[in-house]
Design a protein around this ligand. Sequence first.
Ligand code: SF4
Length: 288
Amino acid sequence: MTAAATCEPPFATGLAPHAGTFPGHISPTSAKNYLGCPLRFWFEKIACVRKPVPPALHLGKAVHAALQAFHLARWRGGDDSPEAVAAAFGKAFHELERDEGPVGFDDEADREKARLDGLRMVAAYLDSPECLAGMPRAVEVPLREEIPGLSVPLAGTMDLVASDYTPVDFKSAASRPDPWGAAFDHEIQLVSYQLLIEAATGVTPPSLDLVFLVKTKVPQVIRVQSPPADTHRKRRVTALLETAVLGIAEGRFHPQPSMHCAWCRFKSGCMRWTPAMTLPGTERTLPG
Ligand code: SF4
């Protein structure tokens, strides 16, 4: 990334400014998680309540680490062979379980199935037309930029930035994604990456890409492309980011029941919630 571009604020969100207060910055992942359910965000990111990691999340992180190793090797001229990438997957699978676990596997057979699924997904990416062919512009580079209309800096780390400045984010999925739904679901992340690239380089990426590694019997690799955001989409996403900043800064961490509750790890704590209650076993108070 090169010199920052200067740009005039094209709009104001109209929300209260929170510069200099908690949170010190906002990432698209945090904003999406907060907006999805403020109370679940509180359990995960503020109270840091540890729960067994869902196997799908563990698998996705290990696959992500393997792809990261491959892209970094391409970028730095290291060992990008399938054997090296498979070894990176195995190392991540083991170390993530040790450092962030326990993982909620049913038994050892379930664990081994997940490990083999991950190896197949990584191999499918390396064999696919979506595999990085040339030299990327950046891999896993953290950016933190002031964005017009946002009262704290926007921070994010893109999996991959292609040579033409297209940001690419990799996702693991259990089933084939619907392209429109996938782009809509990840709009905050995709547009945030565009905002970061534009602020850092002055360049508008030609496309905003997601690459899904689908854990079907024969793994599939599917690219979903979204056109660069216009002013309306940027304004909408900036306002969503600012809404999360405002809610976190003001301590609004209420439950937000939805279909996601079915696989939420904090249901029992959620059922005990009342505004300003104390989390059992801790000194922490749940704000309303
Ligand atoms: S059970 Fe639902 S409402 Fe409660 S914390 Fe989890 S996602 Fe939020």
